[in-house]
Design a protein around this ligand. Structure first.
Ligand code: ADP
Ligand code: PEP
Ligand code: MN
Length: 525
């Protein structure tokens, strides 16, 4: 229990801890400490060394009274004992105690006061504090509803698996009871934001809030759109739309009163970034923003085309720099939901409309690809079923989140579309990634209601409803088989994927016996 833990407070009360430094000071510290480089954009650039993506094999949840019977234990949520956690916690604090200085960010997660949790992030690096400042909410509501959560990031501390019970020197450990996240052995900043997301994904469902791995924006009429998707499928890119106000790019809750952002900033992939293609993200990279693992030329100009350090290059910036943001970071109930999937087999239609059953089936399936770099060891697109389009971040069984989605779909009038932002004209390696321009056109058409009444065909394998015409997109692009040189090869690949959908869904068939038949592809198992 926590009373036996070394006191974090005494560490934080030391003179050498910097509390809630303003951005300009944090930038100065990053540069003075030699942690980061000032770039021509005004943003600082940090390099993270060996770990340039998340490390799912090193993520654990502490088994205790609260988690034991609630968490969906397995490969994603690996158990670690309270004793091991306590030992590691004490060793991490001893390590941090020896540091000449520490940084302490104080902010919040959950834009709506009724769902807000104060967040403390204690780091040895100034740039992690700057990252936290940009990604989390900076003003804490005095009456925040949830208890605080503390992240302790000792990125330079290396665990000893024999002593600490970890898998390697690296660890991301969540104690839900103590509301503490311990991170060590990795500098990848994404672990900080995604561990808070994991914690809230545990706490929100019991408050009747549906936590979602999605981006969100709102139109002039107050119409809210959500974009679900695993990393790299386009949440950040596609929600950055000059004609709509941004709520957030990655993590939202859906409560009885509407949708709210959990965060206060964005974390955009910047591989291949150009001002022309993604102006909002490009322009957000400025003083105060943090570039992670982006290559620089001799003039310190970012080279977004370079994957010298990793494919998973990132920019972290505050929502404050987005000109068309929703200032409160919350809005009403969505009327459009888009599931983004990056299909590496190139067989899913680029756009299709889903019935409620299909929406539930595809949400639970979470078929997509892991794109290069976001997770350690993934170097090219790899097809995966990532339930709820966010499996790495879900402590509870997937069906709990699906139940919340089902309730919301019953209560509100929402159209649901599946959009393939992955490959077309052949699998990865043969075909090409669907053009961002066309994807944007499809999304515009959905949101503007231009597809209501448009003629559709039912995809013979996936059974979803495919519009025959989308303004601005050549008709043949909408029919995946027509984009392949060899139609027979298309059929083989599509049937194979249909089969893996059904194989994957078997784990839900006990609880949801009819859903695969009602919402899935043709079943030829
Ligand atoms: N058709 C497309 N739709 C969306 N993104 C695309 C598409 N084609 C290429 N991309 C690229 O894929 C990446 C999507 O990343 P991002 O929006 O950060 O994903 P997420 O926020 O879901 O992790 C961006 O680098 C974007 O330029
Ligand atoms: C930051 C990540 O993902 P996303 O691009 O979805 O924010 C991640 O998976 O580490
Ligand atoms: Mn994103």
């Amino acid at each position: 229990m926590v009373s036996t833990f070394a006191s974090l407070n005494s560490l934080l009360n030391k003179k050498s801890t910097y509390h809630s430094l303003p951005v300009a000071d944090l930038v100065e510290h990053c540069l003075q400490n030699g942690e980061a480089t000032l770039t021509s954009t005004g943003a600082v650039r940090a390099l993270t060394g060996e770990y340039t993506g998340r490390s799912p094999e090193d993520k654990f949840i502490v088994v205790d009274k609260l988690s034991e019977k609630t968490v969906d234990w397995g490969k994603v949520n690996q158990p670690i004992t309270e004793d091991k956690f306590e030992r590691l916690y004490n060793d991490v604090l001893t390590y941090l105690d020896a540091k000449p200085y520490l940084y302490h960010f104080n902010g919040a997660a959950g834009a709506h006061v009724s769902y807000q949790s104060p967040i403390s992030v204690v780091t040895e690096k100034a740039w992690h504090s700057l990252f936290s400042h940009q990604l989390f909410i900076n003003e804490v509501a005095p009456d925040a509803a949830l208890e605080p959560i503390t992240v302790i990031n000792a990125c330079g501390f290396k665990a000893n698996p024999a002593v600490h019970g970890t898998n390697s020197e690296t660890f991301i450990i969540l104690s839900l009871s103590e509301r503490i996240v311990l991170i060590g052995g990795t500098e990848y900043a994404g672990e900080i934001k995604k561990s808070i997301f994991s914690a809230l994904n545990f706490f929100y469902p019991s408050m009747n809030v549906f936590p979602m791995h999605c981006s969100a924006n709102v139109g002039a009429e107050g119409d809210v759109s959500l974009f679900f998707g695993l990393s790299g499928t386009g949440k950040t890119t596609l929600s950055a739309d000059p004609t709509r106000k941004l709520i957030g790019d990655d993590e939202h809750g859906w409560s009885a009163s509407g949708v709210f952002n959990m965060e206060g900033g964005c974390y955009a992939k910047c591989i291949g970034l150009t001002e022309e293609k993604e102006p909002q993200i490009y322009q957000a990279i400025r003083f105060g923003s943090v570039l992670e693992n982006v290559a620089l030329d001799e003039q310190k100009v970012p080279d977004y085309s370079s994957n010298f350090y990793t494919e998973n290059t990132r920019a972290a910036y505050s929502l404050d720099v987005i000109p068309n943001r929703v200032p409160t970071s919350y809005a009403g109930h969505p009327n459009t939901i888009i599931f983004l999937t990056a299909d590496a087999f190139g067989v899913l239609p680029p756009i299709s409309r889903l019935t409620k059953e299909q929406a539930m089936f595809h949400f639970l399936s979470g078929y997509t690809s892991k794109l290069a770099g976001t997770e350690r060891g993934v170097t090219q697109p790899r097809a995966t079923f990532s339930t709820c389009f966010g499996s790495p971040f879900l402590p509870l069984p997937a069906t709990e989140y699906a139940k919340l989605l089902g309730e919301k779909l019953d209560q509100h009038d929402v159209k649901v579309y599946l959009i393939n932002t992955g490959w077309s004209g052949g699998a990865y390696g043969v075909g090409n990634r669907i053009s961002l321009k066309y994807t944007r056109m499809m999304i515009r058409a959905v949101i503007e209601g231009e597809l209501e009444g448009v003629e559709t065909t039912v995809d013979p394998i996936f059974q979803v409803s495919v519009p025959t015409h989308v303004p601005g997109v050549p008709d043949h692009v909408l029919q995946p088989k027509k984009t392949w040189e060899n139609g027979e090869e298309y059929d083989i690949a599509a049937h194979q994927l249909a089969k893996s959908f059904h194989l994957n869904f078997k784990k839900f068939s006990h609880e949801l016996p009819d859903l695969a038949r009602l919402g899935g592809p043709v079943d030829e198992l």
